[in-house]
Design a protein around this ligand. Structure first.
Ligand code: URA
Length: 246
């Protein structure tokens, strides 16, 4: 792979910026200064520095974010703040996108990645990846709400999403007017509609788990971090299993 393209893909700058810096001698490959941007390097084995700092190669980036209320799950938007616009330029250059959606007023666990296969595997309706949501609600839930969730609850149509019967889900009351909901689908406003179907009105919603990932309690709304090695390993493991099945 060309050196300028590699550094650019790793978010070190635009192609133009990177080319200029290479020509000025800011980059070493395996300990030797390289000034030709077109030099071919093996990203897996080359030891790179840029401005004297090591550049670590990773094909994919995985970011765990605690989405803040008020931001939308999109890459960019002409009017509204997006979850991607919160990231620094170096990460944005890596082509990250949100794997899935949370409502604008929702908080909680969101994975941002440039790994299309992982996103597909986590979001595919056929895979039934489990998600847990913590909710606060107004109103009183029906006494048989748990059983109705377990048996597959009917929810009305909402903004183009047709009325349907949900797959079996779990409702766990967590306190006064608080509950956790575990679902294996990702329908539009699903949890809000499920709670509404048993007499409540969701006033706060936070996603706590998404497949193998659990929201890091140290991340305040709006904060993010890279996935830990063991979290990436779990995603890689699911990808491997999925590949074996197909
Ligand atoms: N269910 C909802 O109602 N909203 C979300 O953001 C996610 C699940």
């Amino acid at each position: 792979m060309r050196l300028d393209k590699l550094l650019c893909d790793l978010g070190e700058g635009t192609r133009k910026e990177v080319t200029l810096r290479i020509r000025r001698g800011a980059v070493t490959v395996d300990g030797v200064t390289v000034t030709r941007p077109e030099t071919k390097v093996d990203p897996e084995t080359a030891v790179l520095t840029f401005d004297g700092l090591p550049v670590v190669y990773s094909k994919y980036v995985y970011i765990m974010m605690n989405k803040a209320a008020g931001e939308i799950c999109a890459i960019r938007d002409p009017k509204l703040p997006t979850v991607v616009s919160r990231l620094p330029e170096k990460l944005r250059r890596r082509g990250l996108f949100p794997a899935g959606r949370l409502d604008r007023d929702a908080e909680g666990l969101l994975l941002l990645t440039n790994d299309g296969d992982a996103a597909h595997m986590l979001l595919s309706p056929a895979r039934h990846v489990e998600k847990t949501y913590f909710v606060r609600y107004d109103g009183t839930l029906a006494p048989d709400a748990e059983a109705r969730f377990r048996n597959g609850i009917a929810i009305p149509a909402d903004d183009g999403d047709p009325a349907c019967v949900c797959m079996p889900a779990e409702l766990i009351r967590a306190g006064e007017q608080e509950a956790r909901v575990k679902v294996t689908e990702g329908r539009y406003h699903q949890v809000k509609r499920m709670i509404a179907a048993v007499g409540g009105h969701v006033t706060y919603l936070r996603r706590e788990t998404f497949g193998p990932l659990t929201l890091d309690a140290d991340l305040r709304p709006g904060a993010y971090r890279e996935l830990l090695r063991e979290e990436i390993t779990q995603i890689e493991e699911i990808k491997r299993k999925t590949r074996r099945q197909t």
